[in-house]
Design a protein. Structure first.
Length: 420
């Protein structure tokens, strides 16, 4: 089944989480790290910064509308514990299958339960809880024209080829074309089914990309610099918790912006950088774009730099009739200097007339371009005051904006710098 949004083909995806492994290496590494009361049957149920590992794994996918279903391959007896740790509402959206001793076997069991209407299957390890929504979206965007696409990291350490018998080094491997495969791995459902049928050793495959390679399918790598580890040992769990705790207190901030302008005849009505046909427009020293002013104010609030009245005073002739997009660009540049970037915008436009439904997508696109964001990270809502107040009487327009921002250092995921 195909879904389209104004000419853009949106893929339909079934998410498979293989989670039936015994976690032998994890339990062997735990030793005295956990008291008897804190031990769990599966590493997926261990607490990671206040949430079970599996809950954190699933959280990043909850914001991806292209994912139509989730199929968990679990060992017998895990379902009741999953429902307990995830909550009833989440579990109602999940299908369960019984997994096998091998990863490929578990994926095959889940694949058989996926909807035939799904064009794609995305497979992600249940024990990779730090994958980001941004990385998943990058994977989806990169899938166009390919049979499969996987998340991977460029190999950094020096790699040696050795003899098995005595450990003698044979050679140093050229790492310029080497990548460490991770998950998610996104593959066409029909091609994955074909690979399982054609490859007699399919159940020994360690990942979906390998299966597709075996039948000559086209698979590409999406390289990233983030940190997306698989929790294999207790040390991995502690490192992941440390990263979450170190980044969360300071890596994000939220600013609130608010702006009101009188509406008068003879002025253009600008909203989000788009001219809206209207008999009245905003009165202001600049072009009077209340929405962009609210967004700029919210960003200044995040970086602690006052408000736009201080930066762009109405007595300064430089800003007379200036486009408010220029104001937003200057505030964005200042934000970057201080180490902050916007990653999401939510906004309200309170205006009696004209109706803004036909223009909201244009406004979103313009704001997304100004802030260098994907359009899905910009929300624009419009409402009336039902004839009440200055807005309801058509005398004024009010805009509100909430801008979420992140530190550039954290956003780039530069783990190596943090460790050096």
């Amino acid at each position: 089944m195909r879904h389209k949004h104004k000419g853009y083909h949106v893929p339909t995806i079934s998410l498979i989480i293989p989670a039936a492994g015994l976690g032998t290496r994890f339990h062997q590494s735990s030793g005295a790290a956990f008291s008897k009361s804190r031990r769990r049957d599966s590493k997926l149920f261990y607490d990671l910064a206040g949430e079970p590992v599996l809950a954190r794994t699933l959280a990043a996918f909850a914001e991806i509308p292209e994912i139509r279903e989730v199929v968990l391959a679990v060992s017998p007896g895990m379902r009741s514990e999953i429902k307990r740790v995830l909550g009833r509402a989440t579990c109602q959206k999940i299908r369960y299958v019984t997994g096998t001793e091998t990863r490929a076997g578990s994926v095959l069991s889940a694949l058989r339960r996926t909807s035939p209407s799904s064009e794609w299957v995305m497979v992600h390890d249940g024990a990779r809880p730090l994958v980001t929504t941004a990385a998943i979206r990058q994977l989806i965007r990169g899938s166009v024209g390919w049979d499969g696409v996987i998340l991977a990291r460029k190999v950094i350490p020096t790699i040696k080829r050795v003899l098995r018998s005595d450990g003698r080094i044979e050679s140093t491997v050229d790492r310029s074309t080497l990548y460490e495969a991770e998950t998610p791995q996104m593959v066409r459902r029909s091609v994955l089914i074909k690979a399982y049928k054609m490859n007699p050793c399919a159940l020994q495959a360690t990942d979906e990309a390998g299966l597709l390679e075996s039948i000559g399918a086209r698979v590409r790598v999406i390289s990233h610099d983030g940190w997306n580890p698989k929790i294999t040992t207790v040390t991995d769990l502690f490192l992941a918790e440390s990263m979450i705790q170190n980044s969360n207190p300071t890596c994000t901030r939220t600013g609130i912006g608010f702006d009101t302008h009188r509406l008068v005849p003879g002025r253009k009505l600008w909203l989000g950088g788009i001219a809206i046909p209207s008999p009245k427009g905003s009165l202001g020293h600049s072009d009077g774009d209340a929405l962009l002013h609210a967004i700029a104010d919210a960003m200044l609030g995040v970086i602690g730099r006052g408000d736009i009245g201080e930066w762009f005073p109405d007595k300064d002739p430089r800003w007379k009739d200036v486009k408010s997009g220029v104001i937003v660009e200057k505030v964005l540049a200042e934000s970057k200097k201080t180490g902050w970037l916007p990653y999401h915008v939510d906004s309200n436009i309170i205006l009696e007339t004209p109706r803004l439904g036909p223009y909201k997508m244009k406004i979103r696109r313009r704001i997304a371009r100004l802030l260098q964001l994907p359009i899905e990270d910009v929300s624009v809502k419009a409402r009336t005051r039902e004839g009440l107040g200055a807005e309801g009487e058509g005398l004024a327009i009010t805009c509100q904006a909430v801008v979420s921002m992140k530190r550039i250092q954290i956003a780039e995921g530069d783990i190596r710098k943090r460790r050096s």
